[in-house]
Design a binder for this molecule. Structure first.
Ligand code: 13P
Length: 250
């Protein structure tokens, strides 16, 4: 059985005070009983927000990145072990903004996943094609390669701690969402790739979220698709009313 999940990636937004306020509003909101929320604030907010949601079993916390080593002379970096120490449950890896602006490739993402999973974190693994790749019909090939170089290198027990987020790069922050048919087609394809590398049962049980301009006015249509288990939300996760409305869109 797959969970319904709505995750909010706050990216590099909000002051600590604003983040605390946003987390409080979400925690006090009306969250459907069968939906799990994950919020991913900036690192600086995690400890305070952890306190706010500590008695709320409907909300989990995620980091937005971690380093591929456990400790050492890596000035400015945060390790998965530190996140685990803080009681953080998830880390987002492979986000297109990390791939684009910080030049992370699938090998880097694999190493980050390796150390995150070894330290007991669950991973939200982002995959997705760029516009030019979709335009020439390479989108399936691109996503297949991203999965085979990361998720598929783990054994099934390890991979059970991974949630996939399909985020077409051309839909992120652009207001241009994938159609529900495009999302369903790619999610179905992702399940096929996973079935071929693990097995059907595993593939049927892994959660696959859609991300990219998912808003209160289009979430219902996207979430109604058979292979879509929820969303990874950017901009609309910064307003509690929008985020909660998306959580209520199944
Ligand atoms: P937007 O919802 O702002 O398009 O961002 C999606 C995203 O990148 C979530 O990780």
């Amino acid at each position: 059985m797959r969970n319904k999940i709505v995750a909010g990636n706050w990216k590099m937004n909000t002051s600590v005070e604003e983040g605390i306020q946003l987390a409080k509003e979400i925690a006090q909101g009306d969250i459907p009983h069968d939906v799990k929320l994950i919020i991913a604030p900036p690192f600086t907010h995690l400890a305070s927000i952890k306190e706010i949601i500590k008695n709320n079993d409907k909300i989990s916390l995620s980091a937005q990145n971690c380093h591929e080593k456990v400790s050492g002379a890596y000035t400015g970096e945060i390790s998965s072990k530190m996140l685990a120490d803080l009681g953080i449950e998830y880390v987002i890896l492979g986000h297109s903004e990390r791939r684009t602006y910080f030049h992370e490739d699938d090998t880097d993402i694999f190493y980050k996943m390796r150390v995150a999973l070894d330290n007991g974190l669950k991973v939200i693994l982002c995959v997705g094609e760029k516009l030019e790749q979709r335009e020439v019909g390479d989108h399936f090939k691109v996503v297949q390669k991203q999965l085979e170089k990361t998720l598929c290198k783990f054994n099934a027990t390890e991979a059970e701690s991974v949630v996939i987020a399909y985020e077409p790069v051309w839909a992120i922050g652009t207001g241009k969402t994938a159609s529900s048919e495009q999302a369903e087609e790619m999610h179905g394809f992702i399940r096929e790739v996973i079935a071929n590398n693990f097995d059907n049962k595993f593939s049927e049980n892994i959660e696959i979220l859609y991300g990219g301009s998912c808003k209160p006015n289009n979430a219902k249509e996207i979430f109604s698709q058979h292979n879509v288990d929820g969303g990874l939300i950017g901009g609309a996760s910064l307003q509690s009313s929008d985020f909660l409305s998306i959580a209520g869109s199944f």
